[in-house]
Design a protein. Structure first.
Length: 468
């Protein structure tokens, strides 16, 4: 089901309330009906430019999701060891550490459409070259590392450009609907992409990577048909270092956005490590790639659940408050971000991840426990994403790309470190000890963010401790 989100103007005018992200409201004064939601989405897709940008974005995301499964599986097939899995995933994600900052500057100076279209074309050609190597003979692991590294850098450019392009192609008054549709698309493709990657790889290495190449090239074809828009005013350009400083200052002055960036980085580090542990451990048990992809798709299911819950989270919080008495249960619900002024989707997410990791240990690393943990993370992540994207929408348009790039450099740069951390721990301590360490890190962070008042207020500026 698709829905539309708005933020009350008063919330954006008041910094204190805005930092609370005001929990994006459902359109109108009441609940939006299913028919209204479907109609809003239908009207949005009558816009040719948005339809083309959405198509390019969807194809790009589908290819990206399948690669998260096929990259590590191909490395295992080429080397026969799980040690290379983490390094290949690291090669694909490490460019985030190098390209997020220049990506924002480049997009602000050029055009999101041009940057995204050429990035997708480059990704398609890179994977096509890997396919040629497969036809000529078994490619060397060094070639896979090189392709993953360059393709990962282009993926960063495309991702940052997409953040600016999707709302830019929506008509006036439809930006919030466009963001909601995009968020639903992200999680739907996360649900489909990973199982599809496993299925395609099961059909053959060449089949999977050839399909990815076509996805990226078709995405580029759709994006090249989107108008580039008016070129930015060159007279407003600042030196590169000054532009970076401007973006950093924007992030730092938003207390919630700064805190959310750091907390998201921590969650991404742990959960990316968990994904690598799952693939490595299940590869040794003989679990098929297709089944692995189905378990990994649980994060997409959770994301869709979170996207559907998101517009109703205020009503849910009020309902929880009405059904519990003012006792220690009420105080606990307030502390963990479920009720009243202490409501925090990020705090809910970190507790959901903690519960999932703990469950894996009690279930003795069974596949269904990994799947449930990924589902809980996906659900919490979708709730947090809507909140954070709403805050990005309040940044001045001429600074949006650089603010996004700086925030993602920190939040998603940790994804590059996750595979290396997981590989080192997995090879030295084994799967059980690795999951235990990851669980302890997540639970300790959840406790610190919940019971340290200064940190707690960063996630919910209006929060005040509740006495039992």
């Amino acid at each position: 089901m698709l829905y539309s989100l708005t933020v009350q103007p008063s919330l954006l005018a008041d910094p204190g309330a805005r930092n609370n992200i005001a929990e994006a409201q459902v359109v109108g004064d009441g609940v939006v009906t299913g028919g209204q939601r479907v109609w809003s989405a239908w009207v949005l897709f009558t816009n040719r430019d948005f339809r083309r940008s959405w198509t390019g974005s969807a194809l790009s995301m589908l290819g990206t999701r399948t690669l998260t499964v096929t990259y590590p599986l191909l490395s295992y097939a080429l080397t026969g060891t799980s040690a290379w899995m983490g390094w290949v995933v690291f090669a694909a994600t490490a460019p985030a550490l190098l390209t997020y900052l220049p990506a924002g500057m480049l997009i602000d100076r050029l055009s999101p459409q041009r940057v995204m279209a050429w990035s997708e074309a480059g990704r398609g050609l890179l994977l096509a070259s890997l396919c040629v190597a497969m036809v000529l003979g078994q490619p060397h692991i060094s070639l896979l590392l090189a392709v993953a590294f360059v393709e990962g850098g282009l993926a960063v450019l495309s991702s940052v450009a997409e953040t600016a392009l999707i709302p830019a192609t929506a008509r006036k008054g439809e930006t919030d609907t466009a963001l909601a549709v995009h968020e639903a698309t992200v999680h739907t493709l996360a649900l489909a992409g990973r199982p599809l990657g496993g299925v395609l790889y099961g059909l053959g290495m060449l089949t999977s990577f050839l399909t990815n190449a076509f996805c990226f090239l078709l995405a580029a074809a759709a994006l090249f048909r989107v108008p580039a828009g008016e070129p930015p005013d060159r007279t407003l350009r600042q030196p590169f270092v000054r532009e970076i400083r401007t973006g950093v200052e924007e992030v730092l002055k938003h207390r919630f956005l700064f805190s959310a960036t750091l907390l998201t980085a921590h969650i991404n580090l742990v959960m990316q490590s968990l994904t690598v542990v799952f693939i490595a451990h299940m590869s040794t048990t003989g679990l098929s790639p297709a089944v692995m992809g189905m378990y990994l798709a649980a994060s997409g299911i959770g994301g869709i659940m979170g996207a559907l819950i998101s517009p109703k989270r205020r009503d849910i919080s009020n309902k929880i408050q009405e059904t519990i008495d003012r006792n220690w249960i009420a105080a606990l619900a307030e502390w963990v971000g479920l009720t009243q002024s202490g409501r925090s989707t990020l705090l809910v997410q970190i507790w959901l991840c903690s519960a999932g990791l703990t469950l894996i240990l009690f279930a003795d690393l069974t596949p269904w426990a990994f799947g449930l943990a990924l589902l809980l993370n996906g659900m919490g992540g979708a709730l947090s994403n809507v909140t954070i994207r709403t805050e990005f929408n309040s940044i001045p348009a001429d600074r949006t790309a650089r603010v996004v790039s700086i925030s993602r450099l920190v939040a998603y740069g940790s994804i590059a470190l996750g595979p290396v951390v997981a590989t080192l721990l997995y090879e030295s301590a084994g799967p059980h000890a690795t999951v235990m360490i990851l669980a302890l890190l997540m639970v300790a962070s959840a406790l610190a963010m919940t019971f340290t008042p200064s940190w707690r207020r960063c996630l919910s500026p209006n929060w005040q401790p509740v006495e039992p």
